[in-house]
Design a protein around this ligand. Structure first.
Ligand SMILES: NC(=O)c1ccc[n+]([C@@H]2O[C@H](COP(=O)([O-])OP(=O)(O)OC[C@H]3O[C@@H](n4cnc5c(N)ncnc54)[C@H](O)[C@@H]3O)[C@@H](O)[C@H]2O)c1
Length: 342
């Protein structure tokens, strides 16, 4: 299958491209390159690449693909809060435009990277795909809007699928330090402390980046009528944990680290436990990575590849890196590229 992966130079894209290639797909990437140089260790081999901003993609660039895997986004809540309008421009408007152009170009499948944070503050019960969506941030709201608008253009020639991923963890050469497990392990490696800023009680569903990549690979080749316009939660119930439980798994793998639950930040009201049964039943998909295995993998990779504090807090922290690209004149206020570099 000829597959276009948008955001292929991001944290998940860098793991997904080789997974799709191993499955036999002919993969092209599309990315504006915000994090192209943000690599820990060796840079992975690049697939053929369209270096364009998602907001400028044309129908001609989409012609000839069987599927679009759409990952490109300003991909977390702090980024969305920093620039809500740009988050809507890229995550919502440009995504819907991409889907319309893909449909016009004759692309049959459109796999969209949505998020379990569309469920917002859902309490202690397990939320399945039919639960009410209560997005709490511009980032989560943008994901709900794309699901709604892209579902509205589905027809017999255009089949979108919405993969609502749990919060990712695990090693990717294009690392992210701003997601909970990656952050806690990195901070512990650098300082000896496993530091939880909340009171540790919120629930978080987690899933390894490689499991997300396998879920997309599974959807790509599933019978099109079975996945047409469906939403799937991507993760596993075993990884629905409280932040305090996640932190304990980190203490267990980082030698001589100590746990500090400071409770100083109560700002993030997200708390949800997710039911992943639908993807298991319909797609036969099972996420296999556990939190202890993921924490051990991260500890191993961080120490083997020489993670530094500077890289952890700057290059691998999306908000800090984008701010520095703006300050150094690489990106303008709308996060469009002014010149190449960094
Ligand atoms: N990482 C997670 O925990 C998680 C969880 C659920 C859903 N998701 C979703 O999965 C997708 C990928 O996440 P990620 O963690 O790899 O994010 P990321 O920030 O690491 O990568 C996003 C990529 O998109 C590119 N991009 C952003 N704006 C662009 C634009 N205007 N034009 C072209 N390219 C652009 C960036 O350069 C980057 O390479 C996102 O849509 C995200 O919302 C991620």
């Amino acid at each position: 299958m000829r597959v276009l992966v948008t955001g292929h130079q991001g944290y998940l894209g860098t793991v997904m491209v080789p997974e799709l290639q191993r499955a036999g797909h002919d993969v092209t990437g599309l990315d504006s390159g915000y994090f192209a140089e943000c690599v820990l260790g060796e840079a992975p081999p690049a697939p053929p690449t369209l270096s364009v901003d998602l907001r400028d993609v044309t129908v001609e660039q989409l012609a000839g693909f069987d599927a679009v895997v759409h990952l490109a986004a300003l991909s977390n809540d702090p980024l969305g809060a920093l620039a809500p309008q740009i988050t809507y421009d890229i995550n919502h408007h440009a995504s819907v435009r991409l889907a319309l152009l893909a449909k016009e170009a004759g692309v049959r499948r459109f796999l969209y990277a949505s998020t379990c944070s569309v469920y917002g503050a859902a309490g202690d019960g397990l939320v399945a795909e039919d639960a009410p969506l209560r997005p709490l941030t511009p980032y989560a709201e943008s994901k709900v809007r794309v699901e709604d608008d892209v579902a509205a253009i589905a027809d017999s020639g255009f089949s979108p699928v919405f993969l609502r991923n749990a919060t990712a963890f695990g090693f990717s050469p294009r690392l992210r330090a701003d997601i909970v497990l990656n952050n806690l392990v990195g901070y512990a490696v650098l300082t000896g402390e496993v530091k939880v800023l909340s009171d540790g009680t919120p629930w978080r569903p987690l899933v390894h980046a490689q499991d997300i990549a396998r879920a997309f690979a599974t959807c790509l080749t599933a019978p099109i009528e079975a996945v047409h316009c469906r939403a799937y939660n991507v993760g596993t119930e075993a990884n629905n944990l409280t932040v305090a439980q996640i932190a304990q798994a980190v203490v267990d793998v980082v030698p001589e680290s100590t746990l500090a639950i400071t409770g100083e930040s109560g700002a993030d009201p997200r708390s949800y436990r997710v039911d992943f049964g639908y993807a298991r039943k319909e797609l036969g998909f099972e996420a296999t990575w556990s939190i202890p295995d993921g924490a051990a993998e991260l500890y191993r990779e961080y120490t083997a590849r020489g993670l530094t504090a500077d890289a952890f807090f700057q290059r691998f922290t999306r908000l800090a890196h984008l701010k520095s690209l703006k300050e150094s004149g690489v990106l303008d206020d709308e996060l469009r590229r002014i010149r190449t570099g960094v």
